[in-house]
Ligand binder design. Sequence first.
Ligand SMILES: [Zn+2]
Length: 82
Amino acid sequence: MSLSGPIICPVCGKKAKTGSAIDCARHMFGTGDQPHRKWVEAQGLSFIDLLIEQATTPGNRSYVLLGEIIQKDAEKREAEKK
Ligand SMILES: [Zn+2]
């Protein structure tokens, strides 16, 4: 399934840079305030664990992981709109 538009942050409604899911994930980590943390935790992830992993291991695994969840959430919400 593909999206008709860019990914919008499910928390604050901002479009992060190119509007890709990865950029949105990076935006969530970069913002890191209470509402963004809560959204990540609500997906069954630990915001802190992802942040630590991102800081201590090479690559973008945390961004990719969260990006996939953001993508699925955006697809779900788009499907619900129809
Ligand atoms: Zn946001």
